[in-house]
Design a protein around this ligand. Structure first.
Ligand code: ADP
Ligand code: AMP
Length: 215
């Protein structure tokens, strides 16, 4: 099962990905998580990416394409994968098609999370993140023990790019550079749109109903 989780920042992709990983036992490939791990480690890639990420800009395509190319070749992607936060531009989508053609692993479905801007801002401004990639919300989905990740026990934190200014820019960047991919995948007959405003468990049920066909 090869799936793309698609939608604006804060739509709930990462939250659903964690539940899907557990349910279907296929890996989540979150380019945001990969970049943040590089920033934490202080790698060359992380240092270069941080400048873009803090401003809410996209990291250059060639960097992301390189990351995805290597990641999709790893053994855990044999039985399927879930892309979260990639592709975000037309060149990234074209590169992905080429890579997957070579690997003979076609995309089965693109799940398009629809959530209005006001809700995205409320979600992002209350988001708490863990370095393991788990995502919480101060009100909608708080960790069981205040301030600590349910999954790994580490301290949760607010992302630097979840500041009001960076969020506004990320939504603008989404509309100009990423949203056109909806049409791209619709034309390929791969797009399934979800009502991402429902609560976390209901969105998960809707996704499972769509994925039944591919499991
Ligand atoms: P994305 O990965 O798409 O950027 P996240 O999964 O990190 O988004 O979710 C953004 C924020 O919204 C988090 O604080 C998360 O807890 C919260 N959230 C996710 N899904 C829902 C939902 N269905 N209803 C309310 N809040 C949600
Ligand atoms: P995310 O965790 O998906 O919200 O991503 C956080 C930030 O990482 C984005 O605002 C970008 O700066 C960068 N990023 C993640 N994925 C990509 C991508 N596919 N293309 C370009 N930049 C990305």
């Amino acid at each position: 099962m090869n799936v793309i989780l698609f939608g604006p920042p804060g739509a709930g992709k990462g939250t659903q990905a964690k539940k899907l990983v557990e349910f279907y036992k296929i890996p989540q490939i979150s380019t945001g998580d990969i970049l943040r791990a590089n920033v934490r480690e202080g790698s060359e890639l992380g240092l270069a990416a941080k400048e873009y990420m803090d401003k809410g800009e996209l990291v250059p395509d060639e960097v992301l394409i390189g990351i995805i190319k290597n990641r999709l070749k790893e053994a855990d992607c044999e039985k399927g994968f879930m892309l979260d936060g990639y592709p975000r531009t037309l060149p990234q989508a074209d590169a992905l098609s080429e890579i997957l053609e070579e690997l003979k692993k076609p995309i089965d479905v693109v799940l398009n999370f629809e959530v209005p801007d006001e809700a995205l801002v409320t979600r992002i401004s209350g988001r708490l993140m863990c370095k393991c990639g788990a995502s919480y919300h101060k009100t909608f989905n708080p960790p069981k023990k205040a301030g600590l990740c349910d999954a790994c026990g580490a301290e949760v934190y607010q992302r630097a790019d979840d500041s009001e200014e960076a969020v506004k820019n990320r939504l603008k960047v989404y509309k100009t550079q990423t949203q056109p991919l909806i049409e791209y995948y619709e034309q390929k007959g791969l797009l399934k749109t979800l009502d991402g405003t429902k609560n976390i468990d209901l969105v998960f049920e809707d996704i499972k109903a769509i994925l039944l066909e591919f499991a």
